[in-house]
Ligand binder design. Structure first.
Ligand SMILES: [Zn+2]
Length: 206
């Protein structure tokens, strides 16, 4: 993994406020459609993981080597990660709408969380102990860590602060006091929304 490929991810790609939301936001274009997937190969998943500090650089380098030797297993692992990402997105859309959780998506989300927990052990972390991913399939390290991180978000106070950008499909935690945050980021969608309003105003005058 080269530094330049990890540099393809910028700070403004990581505005979700929680690692699982940043993972959801690895796809999505300028509009509401979740097109424009940036995870098109396993190496890209590693790059994102390094940029998001889910993997250390040395871990990403080891996994990149393993993926080169086992390309089919790596492709399968990427598919599994994307399937989980989209299932989690469906679940969170339902949560925001106050709708019942979609069964298949919920099961997919749960299965990865359960598998991650069975592939983890207690070790030093944070202020004391933390669950550390220890998957039998090394290529599953990224998804195992995401599966370990997900319950904190899904069952914690941040879920009630979950918002979707008014302009695109990205999700984020709104931790601000006062006025609600409307956009994933001001530099991306906020400025585009302002420009569109300005354009509409100047057209009205002319
Ligand atoms: Zn946005």
């Amino acid at each position: 993994m080269s530094a330049s490929s990890a540099a393809g991810w910028r700070a403004e790609d990581l505005v979700g406020g929680h690692i699982v939301l940043d993972f959801l936001n690895t796809t999505g274009g300028r509009g509401k459609a979740r097109d424009g997937d940036r995870l098109v190969e396993y190496a890209g998943l590693l790059d994102w993981s390094a940029a998001a500090s889910l993997l250390r650089a040395d871990e990403a380098a080891v996994l990149a080597m393993a993926a080169e030797n086992r390309s089919e297993a790596a492709a399968a692992e990427l598919r599994r990660a994307i399937e989980w990402r989209e299932a989690l997105h469906s679940v969170l859309v339902a949560v925001q709408a106050g709708a019942p959780l979609p069964e298949t998506a919920r099961e997919t989300v749960e299965t990865v969380i359960r598998q991650s927990q069975s592939d983890a052990r207690l070790g030093p972390g944070g202020a004391g102990l933390a669950w550390q991913a220890d998957p039998t399939e090394p290529l599953a390290l990224v998804l195992t860590r995401l599966g370990l991180a997900a319950p904190e978000f899904l069952t914690g106070p941040d879920l009630s602060r979950l918002r979707t950008c008014e302009r695109c499909s990205w999700m984020f935690v709104d931790r601000g006091r006062g006025r609600a945050r409307r956009w994933c980021s001001m530099s991306l969608c906020g400025n585009r929304a302002k420009a569109a309003r300005h354009y509409a105003r100047t057209r009205q005058k002319g």
